[in-house]
Write a protein that binds this ligand. Sequence first.
Ligand code: FAD
Length: 421
Amino acid sequence: VAEIRHAQVAVVGAGPAGIAAAVCAAEAGAEVVLLDEAPRPGGQIWRHRRRQEVKGSARLWLERFERSGAKLLPGAEVVVAERDRLLAQLSASEQTLEVRADSLILATGARERFLPFPGWTLPNVIGVGAAQSLLKSGASFAGKRVVLAGSGPLLLPAAAALRSGGARVVFVAEQASPTAVNRFARNLLRRPGKLAEAALYRARFLSAPYRTGVWIESAGGDSRVREVTLRGASRSWTFPCDVLCCGFGLVPNVELAYLLGCVVAGDRVPVDERQETSLSGVFCAGEMTGVGGVERALVEGEIAGLSAAGREREARRLLPARARLHAFARSLEETFALRGELARLPGPETIVCRCEDVPLSRIDPSWSRRQAKLITRAGMGPCQGRVCGPALEFLFGRGTDSARPPLRPAPLSALRDLEDR
Ligand SMILES: Cc1cc2nc3c(=O)[nH]c(=O)nc-3n(C[C@H](O)[C@H](O)[C@H](O)COP(=O)(O)OP(=O)(O)OC[C@H]3O[C@@H](n4cnc5c(N)ncnc54)[C@H](O)[C@@H]3O)c2cc1C
């Protein structure tokens, strides 16, 4: 271990939830460290290259974080978590950092869910979030014909950002039914801010159709994707395209909670009114407790930070706001639930684990995730099951209930540090 740090509160994940948690705990007088694998704070939504790019509430929170006294440890990827210490590998030096803290706040967010279908491994088939990240890191989609297919509100900002980046958005396919989406839109009348946000995104790609009740069937191509076939209730469409962006919602990153031994229910970490998990002194906030967007992540982060610093009364004042945002998250979940047809898209030869090249035909539906891993190596590759795991869960209905250290591929030195106890 290159360095050992002590703190009263250690927060993992510098997205909105982790930043809010670190700010509130530090402002309450706690000594706080905030670790993130990324080089800069911000998480998925506030990711930026230069400070000038950050606007609105993101800017206010980042400035407040800088004033709070909390210490940011960027480029620190937590690969091992035990109740009394975290081990992180440092991207800058390939050395290991150990953090010991009285309280832990987990805020590792969520990742995109990918589902396998014929052609999904072709070059230029990417996630909608990946497209946004590429745009933010300066990639150009200018002049490219782009089809977006999948589900959920993230299709809108992704299509808008691609269009603003010069892409020719050809079609946006939302798999949720028109009835469900219309009901959701009507309910948004009670949240005019959200409705206006959606309308503004839609206005930026008005020349492309946005159809509900339409889902991806297959992608075709050679050295890259060349065409995509979409299906609706009564017809299908095939479009030539240069890039296909898919997004089937988000999957909470609950692996650290598993490592620590917290109860995990389905794909999320249950917490109490203080955002405390089943383990005393281990708190959790943001997408890890259920996908619900940035406002919910912020409120949960504030509650977790205040609770970890012993400011329960202040934390309790935020509970009504949390309840409202949880209700909104539930309506998102119901509206954009994935349809059964998507589980029947892959054929026997469709790759389901792209790291290890495992086709669907090699996996017996009766196997557990562990059996599939041991027999076919599905989930053993560099992504460590982060992509194929949720996909197999959707196809076969069997999830995972554990994680093993190191969480990500780690240098041997990190494993040696794990043994040195
Ligand atoms: C790909 C993607 C695109 C999105 N696009 C939009 C959008 O356009 N508009 C919108 O409103 N919402 C979007 N969202 C949702 C939005 O990002 C979330 O609602 C919000 O960011 C949740 O905040 P969070 O703090 O819970 O998680 P995040 O913002 O995801 O932050 C989690 C942080 O944890 C860090 N982390 C994870 N694991 C480790 C580890 N082991 N060690 C160290 N650090 C770790 C990550 O680097 C990340 O910085 C998107 C989400 C994703 C996944």
